[in-house]
Write a protein that binds this ligand. Structure first.
Ligand code: ADP
Ligand code: MG
Length: 472
């Protein structure tokens, strides 16, 4: 019994540190210092991982915040569970052991789920988030292209020219969600097809294990048998030569069999550091789509969608406030909403005002400001003063060179120094998003060769209170 207790105690400690690593922001990581000590008696019950807390509100809050992450952390430890469940239970009297533990079923080794002969169809090597479906994905200008490509692939995996499908964009913008939505769709509509979702990091770890255990043949066999391979965060293996080579072979073999491959990455294929040209070339042969930061309208739509699934009503002005102030990515928007909802839960009799919301979200808002808080207007103003041209002229369609350069510099800086999406910036300039994209790229290229232009941009950037290095 003592050994078992120690086992789960140390498993729990590992899970806690793994969850922290999975959290994207400092604030979320700090929050675990307050929340995790409220959990007790972690244990495995059949195929569930159960954690006790003292209050019902904590059950809801922690389920939202941590259930899925804990499941991922357990997976990383080689333990597969169907779900992670929080229950209300009184904390037992303090014991000396770090985490008092009850009966524990032997952990299921990760490799057990791959007994190929019994299960010729691998549905998934890693659990997918249940709610990352197309139905739960809000479409807006920032992701509509990626969404269209993803649905096309999901309906006809391996049959479209979108093979591989390469989805890239900043963190928290919905890449994993969209990729898993393809997985869920195929699993539910085409039960004969085998689907494998895996992060590059796990792929790498399994590859290393396979080499150590001399099971590389089985490893290869496993991946080359799937109909749909979803490889998440490919940038992680792009600079690791051996595993890159291994993946390349798997990839080629799947392509040869007309199986579907979908990848995500935080950068475009051409910007994958350390990745071989031939691999980049292959990645670009199918369809490359970007997910951008959501516009204000999409942020608000996401908030409204997430609210519809909950039992609460939050006044529109509060949702608008969140959408206006939390701009960087969807994960941050969800975090802000959860915070507000937790407050509402805990203070049923207190009306939620803008002032309270502002207070509740002050950390997240401060974090957003640190990253970027310049507006397109500020940038336009500074550029127009620097070049001595009028803002109306920057906004006009006139294409004389004395106006084109300031206009494109302002576009370039708006892309680099604000969280606005291309379509939003386009609207501010009265131009299409393609024009903004072209303008920004033109300046980017000219900066490499024109030292005068570089000096000007450096000066403008410093007038905006930023450093030139912020532009990279
Ligand atoms: P990434 O993989 O790009 O870092 P995720 O796919 O993990 O981002 O998304 C972060 C969070 O935001 C997830 O909870 C996801 O469900 C949510 N999310 C992202 N985009 C959308 C969207 N368009 N509609 C609804 N939820 C979204
Ligand atoms: Mg992701």
């Amino acid at each position: 019994m003592d050994d078992e207790r120690k086992d789960v105690g140390s498993l729990w400690n590992r899970v806690v540190s793994q969850v922290k690593m999975l959290l994207p922001t400092e604030m979320e990581r700090n929050r675990t210092e307050r929340y995790f000590p409220l959990m007790h008696s972690p244990r495995l019950e059949n195929d569930e991982f159960v954690i006790a807390v003292n209050e019902q509100i904590q059950v809801e809050m922690f389920t939202d915040l941590y259930a899925q992450l804990i499941r991922e952390a357990l997976h990383a430890d080689g333990i597969e569970v169907k779900s992670v469940r929080f229950v209300v239970e009184k904390k037992p009297e303090e014991e000396t052991a770090p985490a008092p533990v009850q009966r524990i079923k032997p952990a299921v080794a990760k490799t057990a789920s791959y007994s190929q002969n019994e299960h010729p169809l691998i549905t998934s090597t890693m659990p997918m988030h249940e709610n990352y479906t197309f139905h739960n994905f809000v479409v807006g200008p920032s992701n509509s292209f990626a969404h269209a490509a993803a649905t096309a692939v999901a309906k006809n995996p391996g049959e479209t020219s979108y093979n591989p499908l390469f989805i890239y964009g900043g963190t928290g913008l919905g890449k994993t969600h969209l990729m898993e939505a393809i997985g869920h769709f195929v699993v539910s509509k085409m039960p004969k097809k085998s689907v494998c979702y895996i992060t590059s990091e796990t792929f790498l770890n399994e590859y290393i294990n396979a080499i150590q255990n001399k099971t590389i043949a089985a490893f290869r066999e496993r991946y080359r048998k799937v109909d749909l391979l979803l490889l998440d965060d490919v940038q992680f293996i792009a600079d690791k030569f051996n595993v890159q080579e291994e993946f390349f072979n798997t990839f080629n073999s799947l392509m040869g069999l007309r199986k579907q491959v979908v990848m995500t990455s935080d950068v475009a294929p051409k910007d994958l550091k350390g990745c071989e040209e031939r691999l980049i070339g292959r990645f670009q042969q199918g369809m490359v789509v970007e997910i951008e930061s959501p516009s204000y309208e999409t942020r608000l739509a996401i908030l409204k969608f997430k609210m519809a699934a909950r039992q609460h009503i939050i006044p529109d002005e509060i949702l608008k406030f969140i959408a206006e102030n939390i701009r960087s990515h969807v994960r941050a928007i969800e975090g802000a909403l959860n915070r507000v909802l937790t407050f509402v839960d805990l203070n049923q009799n207190l009306p939620l005002t803008l002032e309270i919301t502002q207070h509740l979200l002050k950390d997240s808002i401060a974090e957003e400001k640190v990253i970027k808080d310049l507006t397109v207007d500020e940038i336009m103003r500074t550029v127009s003063i620097f070049y001595g041209v009028k803002i109306e002229d920057i906004l006009s369609p006139c294409r004389t060179q004395t106006l084109v350069t300031p206009r494109q510099v302002a576009m370039f800086l708006s892309c680099k120094l604000t969280t606005k999406s291309l379509p939003e910036i386009g609207r501010s300039f009265d131009k299409s998003h393609a024009t903004v994209h072209h303008g920004a790229q033109t300046i980017q290229k000219r900066l490499d060769v024109e030292s005068d232009l570089k000096k000007s941009v450096e000066e403008i950037v410093s007038r905006l209170g930023r450093k030139f290095s912020d532009l990279s």
